[in-house]
Ligand binder design. Sequence first.
Ligand code: HEC
Length: 725
Amino acid sequence: MSSRANSPGLDIAALCVALSMAGCGAGDHAPSAAFEAARSRASTPEREWRAYLGDAESSQSSPLDQIHRGNVDRLEVAWTYDSRDAEVDGASQIQFNPLVVKGVLYGASPSLRFFALDASTGEELWSFRPDVDIELWTAVRGAVYWEDGDDERIVFGAGPRLHAVDARTGRPIASFGDDGALDLREGLGRDFSDDMMGVVATTPGVVFDDLLIVGGRVGEGEGAAPGHVRAYDIRTGEMRWIFHTIPQPGEFGYDTWPEDAWTRSGGANGWAGFAVDSERGLVFVPTGSATPDFNGSNRAGDNLFANTLLALDARTGERRWHYQVVRHDIWDRDLPAPPNLVEIERNGAIVPAVAQVTKTGHTFVFHRVTGEPLFPIREVPVVGKTIPGETVAPTQPVPTLPPPFTVQEFTRASVTDRTPEARSEIERRLETLHIEGLYRPASLEGTVELPGIDGGAEWGGAAWDAETGLLYVNANQVPWILQMVEMPDEEGLLTGLGTGYLFACTGCHGLDMKGDGVTVPSLLGVSERMGFFDVYRIIRDGRGRMSGSGGLMNWWQRAAVAWFVYSTEEADTPANWARNARGPKKFAQAGYQKLADADKLPGSKPPWGTLSAIDLARGEIRWQVPLGDYPQILEAGLGGLGAENYGGPVVTAGGLVFIAATPDSRLRGFDKSTGELRFEAELPTAAFATPAVYEASGRQFVAIAAGGGKLEATPGSLYVAFALP
Ligand code: HEC
């Protein structure tokens, strides 16, 4: 199944819209009877899931208690919905946290078809396919609901655009933006109109009154867009304010960059989601690193407001306070999750606070109004040498409490002891790699980063339970390798054929393409050993201990890498790029590589993924358990080692923490007080997403998108809802 025409996206409603056919379908402006029926089974707002991660505060918690510790083992599948487009043109993954509003569940498919389902039954009510280039079928994490009387809207991101549709019919709202959509590449003060990737809407924004406040994903390299935060009038799509995360002349923080950075630097984007304190009119925005991620030589200085928790006036976008968590980031240590608005007791008084989890495994807690840290912060040194031209910040801040929820560095004692072979293989790799230290920069030889590029905490975020005062956060504990390569600074080369090789292959086959001479073969002269399509197939399907690129690359990306490997001779390998270059040179990152053993398992000691409950008032970790397992571990008859995981937890009044996120395709329910596992169900494929917990027809549901397509999990296109029988 690879044809888009076969996908259910081209439905009659969409055709009606596309062709503007009069009288198309019965009552084309009125919601369907099925829609009205779903609405009749609605619950009250707090018992549904009316915003991304539950509410504007991103609390990831639900007041429902029909499902509780005593009966959760009886949960069963109530309905499933298949959007039937897993792997259509390489689309894969669903990171979507569904919205549930007035009995209707809103979701998105892997190829970005948006739909409304009856939240009680899973029956499809309408669907809408925005016009978006298939190269931009990047996973979208959620949507926004807004209403004013009869005007009810769902705002979805798809590629660079935000689309507003009628929540009842899925029809575009023509008065929003340009005929129903606005383009995030516009209004940044620099021209990104031709840059397809310029800004991509992944995590949805938040609503404050009639403002839609958004960030976005931008590139990670040179020429990336600046990550300015913007507020739009949710009725018209008109921009109402902009906060420059890369400050302009005269603005606070301008002096933390080179003078002209505001005209050329990118990143510092709020991509992970925001939290709104509606009562105080504050929006809390965590930002990512400045670009290029691993080479800061062109952006000397601390680089405010990158890697910063910003507290902005939600009405005007004015800065109230900020705290920079990583200065001059050269580790890709974005603030990866929306902050949690919490209340903690201090000396008998309740303090309104905001908690931010990080990729380094820390929880920063600030007073919500003053920005004052509620636990002392100390400085840790940045250690080790850098690429030439880099200027590091000498130290980085970490809170003294709560303790970190991940390990803090990779040392000789961290090497896996799973098998003697795995151990000696990793020890052999360490002969050339730099290790130790939480903040050790990327190097030409390679530096081990632990927690890695993907955390620590990730975009799944943390769940806050006001009842227990505990913050629940899942984390990765997997080592990555940061390696740089010197290459010609030619326009276009980085986007040329070699890019795919750099990112996906150098970790094993090396910059010199010679493999390691032990377990990984040389790719030099591969054209004498096999045909082009053999190379293509090996890249697609993998071979032996080499993984296939399944959902990670589209066919044309695979073809580009295959051609690079097939046609490159020794003199032109990445290792020789700089030597052969005549003009100026630069340093670029050689791939997103993990330090893994021959069984594709992390080169560190387990647990490789955890779930922690943090007592914020006392500043201590109440409990921590390994989260999930790699399928290889389960097949070997082992378990309880934890696995890399993506997607977040939801805590309920029923005393449970629900989370999927792991490559073993399970949805789990943990006792929120003790961490004891109370429920486990197998899903059709891994669900790298956050559940929605809601009530409809008087029943409590736990719904999750299972899209696989990452960590070698089979791609899928299912939404699965659990309930008691
Ligand atoms: C996790 C390590 C790893 C990564 C990443 C990796 N490979 Fe491999 N590759 C291997 C191993 C190991 C083999 C030998 C497989 C076997 O047992 O047959 C191999 C074999 C190959 C072969 C066959 C070589 C021959 O002469 O038989 C090709 C071609 C190849 N890889 C290309 C690539 C390309 C292109 C990429 C990037 C898209 C890549 N590999 C990424 C480990 C890796």
